[in-house]
Design a protein around this ligand. Structure first.
Ligand code: SAM
Ligand code: SF4
Length: 324
């Protein structure tokens, strides 16, 4: 459907939990608790109702996110049920990868269309410093990537650019040389704890990559739902992507809305304003009422985020609470 600025909104990111088994320092650092209780979180049948209404409005692409979506039981079953909705085009998932090896069979059987794995570093010490996880193994990560590729599952890797990994960009990007996967670098957004951390310039990182792969050049290929812009090199099987939401805002082409784990519809990352779909669903609304409320909230999606004018931001929750 079109919003008030004529943008085609066809993509919804759905958070199914605010819990996580990692403690990434820009998202949910050590000591942060997950405030939502069991009953506060949308049940799967409630999420499916929202999906059905969204598909009727032309939102046909969904990304399952969190918190860490794979810590919630039944994630693969939810995906299978979503995939059965008439008119739906694709369901993808973003995960920190920790539980992925044991869930890959179920996710593939459910019909998952593509996968994003968040990976900020290949160095176990840095991994511990960034995420709190003590047992990272680059060998296991490579085995996981090989497994995904053998199954033909479209896979992308995402690294948030941080002081810890600003010198590791070539090593991370080389995974796109070794495997047919895209490696994407995400500019740190001033959401939650990210707001008080140093931002690393994507242009600086692109410079490093161009020194290593001199033929690296922009490509117009569309590779997924989002705003990433991509670069190709003859040496790489996959592509290198950048998601620089702050320095190169892509709001004019934004196609997404978010559903938090507690059922708040969130049209823009920067603003807290939401539609309380959980209250509506639990008030016994009809399908028509649900669809109308959704349509009105999406239509009013703000024109642009205010990451560069922080005083105008009204969103103060963490990315894990919002659903990144
Ligand atoms: N746990 C899953 C994961 O890590 O992929 C899904 C949820 S996580 C919030 C989704 C994505 O948001 C991750 O790639 C994470 O790195 C990114 N993220 C979290 N906080 C961010 C921030 N302040 N700026 C940019 N990206 C952020
Ligand atoms: Fe967990 Fe993902 Fe946030 Fe890291 S980025 S703390 S893995 S939700």
């Amino acid at each position: 459907m079109l919003d008030q600025y004529g943008r085609n909104i066809n993509y919804m990111r759905i958070s199914i939990t605010d819990r996580c088994n990692l403690r990434c320092r820009y998202c949910m650092p050590e000591g942060v608790t997950c405030p939502e209780g069991h009953d506060d979180i949308l049940r799967y049948e409630e999420i499916l109702r929202v999906c059905r209404a969204a598909v009727a409005l032309g939102i046909t692409r969904f990304k399952i996110t969190g918190g860490e979506p794979l810590v919630r039981k039944g994630c693969a079953d939810l995906i299978a049920q979503m995939k059965a909705l008439p008119g739906l085009e694709q369901v993808t998932l973003t995960t920190n990868g920790l539980l992925l090896a044991s869930k890959l069979d179920a996710l593939c059987a459910a019909g998952l269309d593509a996968l994003n794995i968040s990976l900020d570093t290949l160095d176990p010490e840095k991994f511990r410093a960034i995420t709190g996880w003590p047992d990272f193994s680059a060998g296991e990560l490579r085995a996981l990537l090989a497994n995904c590729c053998t199954r033909g599952l479209r896979t992308k890797l995402n690294a948030v650019l941080l002081e810890e990994n600003r010198d590791e960009a070539v090593e991370l990007a080389a995974l796109a040389e070794e495997f047919p996967v895209d490696m994407r670098f995400i500019e740190l957004m001033p959401i939650g704890f990210g707001g008080s951390m140093t931002r690393v310039s994507p242009d600086e990182v692109l410079g490093q990559l161009k020194t290593h792969w001199p033929d690296l050049h922009p490509t117009e290929e569309k590779r997924g739902n989002g705003p990433a812009h991509y670069y190709a090199s003859a040496a790489l099987q996959g592509r290198i992507g950048f998601i620089d939401a702050v320095s190169h805002a892509f709001c004019a082409d934004c196609n997404r809305v978010r559903l938090t784990s507690t059922g708040q519809l969130k049209p823009c990352l920067s603003f807290e304003s939401t539609l309380d779909l959980r209250a509506l669903l639990r008030s016994g609304c009809t399908e028509e009422e649900l669809q109308t409320a959704l349509e009105q909230a999406i239509y009013r999606k703000p024109r642009a985020h205010s990451f560069e004018r922080r005083e105008e931001m009204t969103e103060h929750r963490t990315m894990s609470q919002i659903g990144g």
